[in-house]
Design a protein around this ligand. Structure first.
Ligand code: CAA
Ligand code: FAD
Length: 382
């Protein structure tokens, strides 16, 4: 067992912390209130290697390992959750899938632009009628005689959909084959046949832009297929395994921000002539917050370490995501309770942490879906 971090890992953590404290946290309230997409900050993250942390330097990334990714994501999420959502999609869902399954040309074209922060990426699996039950998708890609595909259909809740140039899309190429009839495509949003719906108004992570996207006779060339025809669902599931490490890290970051604010508050705020942190009921909350936070971080690091070692990490990523997201929600809830009136006020960031934490229990697989993945792995039953 080794609980220390390498110099490289600490360096990227430090870079992320500095950017989070100097650029991201100070504008978090503005971005939350206005819902403005933080393009300028995203460019800064890209220039500092944070949009392609695990992407080799040859493709414009930082060439680091999954543990470094966790450390950096935690810092950015502690600064502002919405920024970390955009960062997580670019890193885990977009770059990771192309690095694993893409051709050399696809890596050069798509990964470089996103890893350097010059463009924004997206990942389109969910549809209006199919979220958890992802194989029930209806978006259809029909193969033509020349090897190209004509794509028609809708995808909903697409993070960075309003601003993305490149999108990893999953569409049904052979409906009779179910999960084995799904194919992954690389879509260029500037091409004909691609459309975007209105930006969704949301409870939290409000500066992370989300919308429906639409395909009307969009033509994908043979070289736009990612992996092989029919491999799309496995690609999506593998990418989501890694993505869940990112969302677990995001949850740790949100939980840490709520915890640290609370730790200061209980020493300053007085009631009945003494700091509220002296009351045993408050102390129990502080202890439980800290335990849940540390457990979440350690489980997330375990999943990342396994991934970095090339070992299986699917169930461990689900365990980390489930534990960290429920911990973040619980910690943010206690933070509001301890801040009481001030926790409910928009003058402090506590109510934002509470709203932001909730999404980590929903996207990249709800808590129920994480439990399903873990229980299937443990029991071997379906
Ligand atoms: N890795 C590789 N392959 C996998 C896999 C994995 N982790 N999990 C399943 N598969 C394979 C199976 O082996 C199977 O292959 P075969 O047909 O060759 O046997 C195939 O995929 C189908 O598997 P299942 O029968 O287990 O599929 P299922 O229909 O029961 O669904 C599920 C399983 C876990 C519920 C899955 O549908 C799921 O994860 N749903 C949640 C969807 C989700 O997370 N969406 C996130 C969208 S992106 C997002 O949300 C981004 C964001 O917020 C920022
Ligand atoms: P449903 O699948 O309809 O689930 C409804 C309820 O039923 C949930 O509580 C669920 O847990 C439960 N349920 C479903 N099946 C089971 C089961 N077998 N056992 C027990 N309970 C079950 N998707 C993308 O593809 N790309 C993105 O970039 C993206 N970004 C998102 C951003 C935001 C802000 C949001 C809100 C969503 C985003 N999503 C994205 C979609 C997200 O992944 C889905 O919302 C999520 O997977 C759940 O799907 P659903 O909303 O359709 O809920």
């Amino acid at each position: 067992m080794e609980f220390g971090f390498s110099e490289e890992q600490l360096m990227i953590q430090d870079v992320a912390r500095r950017i989070a404290q100097e650029k991201i946290a100070p504008s978090a309230e503005h971005h939350d209130r206005t819902g403005e997409f933080p393009l300028e900050n995203i460019r800064v993250l890209g220039e500092n290697g944070l949009m392609g942390i695990e992407v080799p330097e040859a493709y414009g990334g930082a060439g680091m390992d999954p543990v470094a990714y966790v450390l950096a994501m935690v810092e950015i999420a502690a600064g502002d959750a919405a920024h970390s959502t955009i960062m997580s999609v670019n890193n885990s869902l977009f770059c990771n899938g192309i690095l694993t399954h893409g051709s050399e040309e696809q890596k050069q074209t798509y990964v470089r632009a996103i890893a350097e922060g010059a463009e924004i990426g997206a990942f389109a699996l969910t549809e209006p009628q199919s979220g958890s039950d992802a194989t029930a998708m209806r978006c259809r890609a029909v193969r033509q005689d020349d090897g190209s595909y004509v794509i028609n259909g809708k995808k909903s809740w697409i993070t960075s959909g309003p601003v993305a140039k490149y999108i990893v899309l999953f569409a049904m190429t052979d409906p009779d084959k179910g999960a084995r009839g799904i194919t992954a495509f690389l879509v260029d949003a500037t091409r004909e046949g691609f459309g975007r719906g209105k930006t969704e108004p949301k409870l939290g992570i409000r500066a992370s832009a989300t919308c429906e996207i639409e395909f009307n006779d969009y033509v994908a060339r043979p070289e736009d297929v990612l992996g092989q025809e029919g491999e799309g669902f496995k690609i999506a599931m593998g990418v989501l395994d890694a993505g869940r490490i990112g969302i677990a890290s995001q949850a740790v970051g949100i939980g840490r921000a709520a915890y640290e604010a609370t730790l200061s508050y209980v020493k300053e705020r007085k009631a009945f002539g003494q700091p509220i942190g002296t009351f045993q009921m408050t102390q129990a909350k502080i202890a439980d917050m800290k335990c849940k936070l540390d457990a979440s971080l350690l489980l997330t690091l375990r999943a990342a370490w396994l991934k970095g070692q090339g070992k299986k990490f699917s169930a461990e990523a689900a365990i980390a995501k489930l534990t960290a997201s429920e911990a973040a929600m619980w910690i943010a809830h206690q933070a509001v309770q301890i801040h009481a009136g001030m926790g409910y006020s928009k003058e402090m960031p506590i109510e934002r942490y509470f709203r932001d934490a909730k999404i980590t229990e929903i996207y990249e697989g709800t808590s129920e879906i994480q439990r399903l993945v873990i229980a299937r792995s443990e029991t071997g039953l379906r």
